[in-house]
Design a protein around this ligand. Structure first.
Ligand code: PAF
Length: 283
């Protein structure tokens, strides 16, 4: 099958209608474009598990705060299409913001609790924007499965909670973080880094590794693990910690003692670029 590019919700619906008539299973990979190997791994998995795959490429304005990087967010639709095609997906959805949000758009999906700490606390309204666009993409694609990277671990937890709470008829598939050779988690925002900043950015994975080693050697006191992670970050002159947190993985609420499954998550400014990374300990 050759790749179809749909620009409007109506065009997507026409394709999906045909797939549904044939009884085909559908996988959805929601993205904001500027695709890298992390996205590639989601698309590959979706292609291997579904009859048809839709990839959305849409920089969703309503998940950006007023002082965030909506305008400068990197875009390269031609390169994205090449990659998507080479990985065997079937449909790209690439709408304009006006195709997604009418002038009088008035509905927001808001998930409380799991969206309130970590990035939710630093980026007010961010997860409302994510949940609203993701719900629209679920409805348009009528997908059986949707694929999200663990790199945005809180996003994954929030979307899973939303799907559970709303009885949405879709399976959420979480996929591992893909890293550069030196450990830096792949991110479209890595492109903002200067050469020196790129070298410094390895501190995120280095700090997490130090924390993980402590937990694996039996440390249960979250404050000690957080202090170790912070000390590694603080030793890098170009880095400034936004948060270092250890949360219950199901609730996304900070814990003092590491007993159950935890998400160890950090957000760090390297120069002006805010990067996130994490690991999960499942118990
Ligand atoms: O993770 C992202 O790229 C975005 O938050 C998503 C899920 C595509 C929604 O805009």
């Amino acid at each position: 099958m050759s790749l179809t590019i749909a620009k409007t919700p109506g065009e997507v619906k026409a394709v999906i209608r045909e797939w549904k008539k044939e009884g085909l299973s559908i996988g959805l990979v929601p993205t904001m474009g500027y695709l890298h190997e992390g996205h590639g791994s989601l698309i590959k998995k979706a292609v291997s598990e579904n009859d048809r795959v839709m990839v959305s490429v849409f920089v969703n304005p309503i998940q950006f705060g007023p002082n965030e990087d909506l305008e400068s967010y990197p875009r390269d639709f031609e390169a994205d299409v090449k990659l998507i095609e080479s990985l065997g997906a079937d449909l790209v959805f690439h709408p304009e913001p006006s195709d997604m949000y009418e002038k009088d758009f008035s509905t927001t999906i808001s998930v409380s609790g799991v969206s309130e700490n970590l990035c939710g606390a630093r980026r007010p309204g961010h997860f409302n924007g994510v949940c609203t666009v993701v719900t629209k993409l679920f409805n348009l694609s009528e997908a059986d499965r949707a694929y999200f990277g663990q790199k945005d671990a809180q996003q994954l937890a929030v979307v899973k909670r939303m799907v559970r709470d709303l009885n949405a008829n879709i399976e959420i598939v979480g996929c591992p973080i893909i890293r550069e050779e030196d450990g830096l988690a792949k991110s479209s925002r890595n492109t903002y880094l200067s050469a020196d900043e790129r070298k410094a950015a390895v501190v995120l994975s280095k700090a997490l590794k130090a924390g993980k080693e402590m937990i694996e050697s039996g440390e249960k006191d979250a404050s000690k693990v957080k202090a170790k992670i912070s000390s590694v970050i603080d030793a890098e002159p170009l880095a400034k910690t936004d948060y270092v947190e250890i949360c219950d993985w199901n609730l996304i609420e900070p814990v003092d003692i590491i007993n159950n499954s935890v998400l160890v998550a950090i957000a760090v400014y390297i120069g002006k670029t805010r990067l996130i990374d994490n690991f999960i300990i499942e118990k």
